[in-house]
Design a protein around this ligand. Structure first.
Ligand code: SME
Length: 157
């Protein structure tokens, strides 16, 4: 296992332990954002955009750590909106090459966005992590983060 995979294994265990029995999604998202952000260097933003119940095709900012995030992102726009519209994890090595990228923080270079579904299979949010360095995310991040959100929002629902 690479160092990164080991860190994910450790932090996933920690998150599952802290959130045991907790059913509130805001508490879950806040805890995940904090522990994931603290566990890694070179990340400027770690957090969630939530599907707005009043505007089901729009994401609104949720719990996060890091620099100021944009408030709202329509489905289909930028990396987060694409993950929400296509229900597929987006791994972007350089956001400057991603059409329609939304620059909340101009230092953002690479990014991963993972769709978050509930136990009924409905999209409830996306988990967005941004770095100020290129190509910081790969299949290790994708696998670990998809597993983490499934454990919290589906398995323990
Ligand atoms: N970069 C994202 C926007 C959100 S923030 O960077 C916090 C995007 O293009 O979806």
């Amino acid at each position: 296992m690479s160092g990164k995979a080991e860190t994910y294994a450790r932090v996933t265990k920690e998150i599952l332990s802290v959130l045991e029995g907790e059913r509130n999604d805001i508490a879950r998202m806040a805890t995940i954002s904090c522990l994931l952000h603290e566990a890694f260097e070179d990340r400027i933003w770690t957090g969630f955009y939530i599907v707005d119940p009043e505007k089901p095709k729009e994401l609104v900012v949720g719990p996060y750590q890091g620099t100021l995030g944009c408030l709202r992102i329509p489905f289909g726009k930028g990396v987060c909106g694409t993950a929400a519209a296509e229900l597929v994890t987006q791994v972007v090595e350089d956001v400057h090459d991603f059409p329609g990228h939304i620059a909340c923080d101009s230092r953002s270079v690479s990014e991963i966005v993972v769709p978050v579904r509930n136990d009924k299979g409905a999209l409830i949010a996306v988990l967005d992590i941004d770095s100020d360095k290129p190509a910081m995310f790969d299949a290790t991040d994708k696998d670990a983060l998809e597993h983490l959100v499934e454990q919290i929002f589906v398995v323990t629902a």
